[in-house]
Design a protein around this ligand. Structure first.
Ligand SMILES: [Zn+2]
Length: 427
């Protein structure tokens, strides 16, 4: 299974000093910053998925690209913009899509096929996903009801997606574009998804992305893929949009999936309540040491008089100092845990991470990780604090995730322990 990493302009600043928490004054954003695929010598994904919705800053993608970055991407193309063509680096495939989840609430997609093709051609992607419209209802019982049982607005979304797929295919062929067109199947049940795939095959598609499955339970996804498997032609290959269910990847593969994309490894590093740091034997919870200055909850408590600012700052600095000492063997576990508890009572009195702090510090999983991030950062990688640490932990997760994906055969896959499925949001 090939893994595509969805871009949302996640870069780290190599000039960031973890001791002083300052950046070099000469650093130029984006130019000097590094993508995950630039941080590691090893491959951490097979390709990048770039969404028009995110590049354009539609709702959900707002603020990722500056105007200047957007213009540059369109002017120089994805290979140059993402610096994919550097010697000695693994080559990556680029796939463009519309980011249908960013406009899921609209009646019709906000983009025409011509606009999307222009975007794909400007970016010079290898693969391009046709314009689609996500169906949010999943009702397998409608399979027994006949077409009149399905709401007109739901059917319409499938019809729109198929019409646009036809137009997209025709325009790619007429203009003899270099891009490989990828159709999108949307549906509300196994049979309706299967119907989409049959129609897309009739148009000519042999690479089909299955969309709208992100919120579904794993067994529903398997039912859809089985439904598709019953009708699809053997040479048709499937891409799973936004899906990571590592425990069933082999099953997905058996049902025709050749690729998938997911932001989970990155996002779990700082969006999940528990599974923040991946390791080959399971995920660990990162150690919360929020910045007094940058934490809105803590700032509110300071302003209300519940917390003394100087006191909070002292506790914060003491945690950082003790954690660094713990990493070099100069502070003992109980002292560090006690300092963390004291600071936690000030920044999040309603929560307790004592047990997970103990587990993470006792096990020291960063000591065993061979990745560049852990080797250079040490204990800093497990600190839940600021974008530079949190994102690097996300990159480390990508590394572990991809290594496990390459695991030798089914045994390794079944034993795979990185968390999957829905992210537990912490805010
Ligand atoms: Zn690592």
């Amino acid at each position: 299974m090939k893994f595509f990493f969805p871009d949302s302009q996640d870069l780290v600043d190599p000039t960031f000093d973890f001791r002083t928490e300052r950046r070099s004054a000469h650093r130029v954003r984006h130019r000097d910053d590094l993508y995950a695929h630039e941080v590691f010598q090893e491959r951490v994904c097979d390709g990048l998925l770039v969404s028009k919705g995110i590049v354009d800053g539609l709702s959900g993608g707002a603020g990722k690209y500056s105007m200047a970055q957007r213009h540059r991407l369109l002017r120089v193309g994805a290979e140059d913009f993402f610096r994919l063509n550097r010697p000695g680096r693994p080559s990556l495939v680029t796939m463009g899509d519309c980011g249908a989840f960013t406009y899921v609430r609209e009646h019709v997609p906000p983009y025409s096929v011509a606009e999307v093709l222009q975007f794909y051609t400007d970016c010079d992607f290898d693969l391009g996903i046709s314009v689609d419209h996500v169906i949010l209802d999943y009702q397998p019982r409608w399979d027994g009801d006949g077409p009149e049982g399905v709401p007109a607005s739901t059917r319409e979304r499938q019809e729109i997606t198929l019409e646009l797929a036809w137009e997209f295919w025709r325009d790619c062929k007429v203009s003899r574009l270099r891009i490989t067109p990828v159709g999108v199947a949307q549906g509300w049940s196994p049979k309706s998804y299967a119907h989409s795939v049959t129609q897309l095959e009739k148009i000519g598609y042999r690479y089909i992305a299955v969309g709208g499955m992100v919120p579904l339970r794993t067994r529903d996804i398997l039912a859809i893929l089985s439904g598709i498997h019953d009708v699809r032609s053997p040479e048709t290959q499937l891409h799973l949009l936004g899906i990571t269910r590592t425990e069933v990847l082999d099953e997905f593969e058996r049902l025709g999936a050749v690729s998938f994309d997911s932001t989970s490894p990155l996002r779990q590093a700082f969006k999940d309540d528990k599974n923040n740091y991946y390791s080959p034997v399971g995920a660990y919870t990162a150690i919360r040491v929020p910045q007094v200055e940058g934490n809105p909850v803590l700032q509110k408590r300071i302003q209300s008089g519940a917390v003394n600012q100087q006191q909070a700052r002292r506790l914060e600095l003491r945690c950082l100092e003790l954690l660094a000492k713990f990493d070099t063997g100069d502070a003992d576990l109980e002292t560090v845990l006690q300092a963390l508890d004291e600071y936690e009572a000030v920044h999040s009195p309603e929560k307790s991470f004592s047990a997970t702090n103990r587990e993470t510090l006792q096990t020291r999983p960063w000591k065993d990780c061979p990745c560049t991030i852990c080797r250079s950062l040490g204990i800093q990688v497990v600190l839940f604090r600021g974008a530079e640490r949190n994102r690097r932990r996300g990159f480390h997760n990508l590394y572990v995730f991809y290594q496990q994906l390459q695991g030798d055969g089914t045994g390794a896959r079944q034993a795979r322990s990185v968390p999957s499925g829905a992210i537990v949001l912490s805010q």
